[in-house]
Design a protein around this ligand. Sequence first.
Ligand code: S3P
Length: 752
Amino acid sequence: MDAAGRKASGQIGRLVVVGLGLIGGSLALGLKAASGCREVIGVARRQQTCEQAVALGVVDRAVTEIAQVLPELEAGDVVFVAVPTLSVESVFAQLKDQLPAGVTVTDGASVKGSVIAAAENVWGEVPEFLVPGHPIAGSEQSGVTAARDDLYIAHRIILTPLENTASEYVQRIERMWQAVGAEVLSMPVVEHDEVLAATSHLPHVIAFGLVDTLAHDAENENIFRYAAGGFRDFTRIASSDPVMWRDIMLANRDAILKSIDLYTSNLGSLRSAIASGDSEHLMGVFTRAKAARDHFTKMLAKKAYTETMEAKEVTFVAQPGGAVNGDLRVPGDKSMSHRSIMLGSLAEGVTEVEGFLEGEDALATLQSFRDMGVVIEGPVNGRVTIHGVGVHGLQAPPGPLYVGNSGTSMRLLAGLLAGQQFDTVLTGDESLTKRPMNRVANPLREMGAVVETAEEGRPPLKIRGGSALKAIDYTLPMASAQVKSCVLLAGLYADGETSTTEPAPTRDHTERMLSGFGYDVRRDGPRASLQGGGKLAACHIDVPADISSATFFMVAASIAPGSDVLLRHVGINPTRDGAINILRAMGADITLENTREVGGEPVADIRVRYAPLKGIKIPEDQVPLAIDEFPAIFVAASCAEGETVLTGAEELRVKESDRIQAMADGLKVLGVDAEPTRDGIVIQGKGGSDQPAVFGGGEVDSLGDHRIAMSFAVAALRAGADIRIKHCANVATSFPNFAELAQGAGMNLEVR
Ligand code: S3P
């Protein structure tokens, strides 16, 4: 968005900017460009700065004394105090008794506690018209010549109003900042000062200190000659304005000291690790830091891309028609990727993983184990190296473990964490927070674990450490691999033999992978048992492509005439192959080629060619084997001739969304007769008609559920007009390159 394109939504009266540096000058320029105020008046101590600011067009006019403009001001005008932190009080003193009623005063100082103190010194109490604020923007450049009209676009402004700050003043300041493209947030004063001490003030102390160390104390006088990119990038901020930063250090003393102490202690540990050659410690710190920095880089990239700080919002626009063709490899299996990190972390030795799914869900598991002290290198192109710590080697994480959208992470981790000596809290995103957790909390409690949930068994899960777990013989009330896995993983820590009996076969990756790590799991039909107290030995894991992700292309090829795809290296574990069986029963042309076994899991290349489909009654024994594939299967059913009936699938109502309702709603929008039932759905297929278009166009809501989003994208192959799919960001949880692969295969999919 260029300055001229910004809307004049701010609409304040006049803006008086006291202090014409980068911060004040940039607000002046931005607001002028956005026509967000009537006039901008600058105040600077030096006449020369005033003249320069007028000549550069930063302000309409400028004066050297604020008293010269105060009599002209009226209600609706704003005074922005943009002077170094410790000079704020003297500006307030000049405003006192002379400020006309209804004028708002705000500031841009990096420390808010000292601004509050300054206001109390001057007025006796913080006046209702003062809205303390802090734009989180700037650069190492300073002065009016550095001012830019776009400095605040997509940057955050933190306001720290007090209880007595009048809302009309706060709202005016919010509108002013929004007019220059910023996002406005509020925070308590103390929190602001602590956050900024850690994220901004500490880095400046270190940068100034490091450059000074090299400049003054280093033995080699020519040291800067040899300093290259690393030095330049790391110390850019040491070119910042010294007065401003001296003021910040003095004004935010206590919070900065706290941050320096923490950093000094961590630096001390690094020093010891280097001194003693503790490579594990160094790798731990460096891999965790790299992961955190990479995450931050992505956040920054998204900000620049969207130009606003609104929650990331992705819409798919799928254009009608096309076919899918080619040779594709979809990403690694999500279930196995989770388990590879968990078991690799608990193993003794170094586990190498290939084909790891670099999606947000599996990465959430990976991060959780890093937080518990496991050194994990990667992922780089699907390769992960896990330095296992042994079954009893996990350490208490520094805070709650946040697992985002991932039910698998939360439920499987709950089992493992119940056996630890430390307390943990598991949290997740909005969708996960609505999902049932008593299904794992109850059996864990039977084993003697202390597990608390929020109301109705929802997350967060609080798990008390130090409980002695006892083995149980658990009959699962529902067919759930997550519950089975949770109990078996807790069983590693239990005294005696833990067994699970499932009402129908569910995915058995936990059992297979435990065996792969040398842990004895006895299996007898629906029953799996293991003895607590054993060890896992590190191994090599080759994660095959995820059949759940492959299903979108199996359905795509089956419904779009002219399609012929080969899906490489897909896991076809018999507890996961329901989609193949169901689609074949509907008439799909699916062949398995090159069937082989890789690391204890069956794998094949799957070839799918277009074939007309017919509706079926889906056998209930296939439901757990295709549990994640139903959204896509419903799309196939819509394109089939005749009715498809699904029963026995009530579990679909508690997935990332209520998948029965979400799909029925979306299919209806697209003109398909889809009737939800308590435990399934009845779909009247439209495939028999002469019309190539089965679906009308329209807008559907994926409700943030990755599989719903991808299913409707596939539907567009047989649509008559565009299908717009809202809330698709979570596709990244399981299939981050879905859009690229789909486009490459021939689908017309645009990501907005
Ligand atoms: C999973 C099991 C299934 C599945 C989920 C992954 C697993 O959940 O829906 O996507 O990795 O164990 P339930 O076990 O709850 O059916």
